[in-house]
Ligand binder design. Sequence first.
Ligand SMILES: [Zn+2]
Length: 261
Amino acid sequence: MNAVVAAACAVLGLLAGSFANVVIHRVPAGRSVVRPRSACPGCGAAIAPRDNVPVLSWLLLRGRCRHCGQAISVRYPLVEVAMALAFAVVGARIGADWALPAYLLFTWTLVVVAVIDAATRRIPNRLTYPLTPALAALLVAAALLDGAPGAALRALAGGAAAFAALLALALLSPRGMGMGDVKLAAFIGLGLGYLGWGHLALGLFGAFVLGGVAGLALIATRLRSRKDQIPFGPYLAAAALLAVVAGRPLIDGYARLTGLG
Ligand SMILES: [Zn+2]
């Protein structure tokens, strides 16, 4: 059953990845994500539907505009493939559950925010402001349909707790973390809180572990200096998705290891 859900989610992920590219490209520039239709930045020719098929078009065109031959960034097909994979794995984990729409929105948002933050070092309010209440509404609806109102309360409490925790950290060390990270933490707290407090702890703590390891690696390989600001959003996003997909076995393994389980 979950294989069917995963396959359907993968196809949906390709389309969601295609739209994610529009959002990643336009939202940081303050442009509409609806109008105008996509056009080649080189020659301005509108991109025809046949040249807008996720991944396939880019491969067939060999990464070049059909009209002027300007290179099309490999980021476009990579985002589409990454979104399809992420949707498939999350779909397999959540399965045919009322909470599936919420977790696909969760996944889509985290991939988009990670790419935008890595590229621009900003997490746009234009994404977190509308998508955080949207996620809360989907989770509350899922909890009520599942007859588990406790999960809804835990999601809301998780969102508030994660927001408060990162706000405290941002105030203590304003250099490392921005308000965009704090608002993203509220979004992540909702999604992980719904699954359980262990998932939330794993997602937040995991972000600092991933960020710390990657930061040290970047400094050691001299790709970054100690003074560079390293965006934190991609690590928050990666750890949150890891907590959704592998939270249960990781938490159980930790409990066994420490004799708590
Ligand atoms: Zn062109």
